[in-house]
Design a protein around this ligand. Structure first.
Ligand code: PGA
Length: 252
């Protein structure tokens, strides 16, 4: 994989302000300004202000784990994409499997959120992935391509977006997908992208997520259609997060 390998951290609902502060300081000294554009951090909404205007972290991509599809209004507890943009965020996760499974988000919801992200100028990271039952029923490629197709309905390619393939059965379970399973899914997603946007699929990074660790990053990063990682548990510590990125580059 080239030096363009991306390493994105999804902290989920972890770390308070104090630990966040210590993490960000350590991260800033571990990763040079020129390397930072290869990283993204998705913090809980309550600590995102620690990234906003943080001079220590120049060049870092960052954003929220979720947005509402409306930019303001009576939506108690939701995150506004417009506010996120005003805070100088660059990215936002859309359609993470925990949003889909625990908070009943549909493919149509993800499509609306994608549009809202584009409207305010945030780069959405659309997450797709199959459940274990879907994999056992050999529906993996159909499910993930449909999730992608619906999310991208009406998408104008002048806006950038990333894709993250995260098999639900590999998230937080310690069970990483085999590299050939990952490559097969990524290849199918790239083919789907190519069908929707002919000649442009190479411009869209497709990240793998699901129990990525320093120990498996090298093999996963070597797959031809893997452009980086979306990391949950192992992104909570600077050492493992940065080591995943460095290991992922270590390909002959
Ligand atoms: P994990 O989570 O690395 O802890 O499996 C990945 C994710 O949910 O984005």
């Amino acid at each position: 994989m080239s030096s363009k390998l991306i390493c994105a951290g999804n902290w989920k609902m972890n770390h308070g302000p104090e630990v966040t502060n210590a993490f960000l300081k350590d991260f800033a000294s571990a990763v040079s300004i020129s390397e930072r554009s290869n990283f993204a951090l998705f913090l809980p909404a309550l600590t995102l202000h620690q990234l906003s205007g943080n001079e220590l972290l120049e060049g870092l991509n960052w954003g929220a784990q979720n947005i509402h599809w409306e930019t303001s209004g009576a939506f108690t507890g939701e995150n506004s994409a417009a506010v996120l943009k005003e805070m100088k965020a660059t990215h936002v996760l859309v359609g993470h499997s925990e949003r889909r499974l625990l908070f009943n988000e549909t493919n149509e919801d993800t499509q609306k959120k994608m549009q809202t992200a584009a409207q305010v100028g945030l780069t959405p990271v659309i997450c797709v992935g199959e459940t274990l039952d879907e994999r056992k029923a050999e529906k993996t490629l159909d499910v993930i391509c449909e999730q992608l197709r619906i999310a991208l309905k009406g998408w104008d390619f002048i806006h950038t977006f990333w894709v993250a393939y995260e098999p639900v059965w590999a998230i937080g379970t310690g069970e990483v997908a085999r590299s050939e399973q990952v490559e097969e899914a990524h290849k199918a997603l790239k083919t789907q992208l190519e069908q929707i946007f002919p000649g442009k699929s190479e411009k869209v990074p497709v990240l793998y997520g699901g129990s990525v660790k320093p120990e498996n990053a090298r093999e996963l990063g070597a797959q031809p259609h893997v452009n980086g990682f979306l990391v949950g548990g192992a992104s909570l510590k600077v050492e493992s997060f940065v080591s995943i990125w460095r290991q992922g580059q270590e390909v002959d």
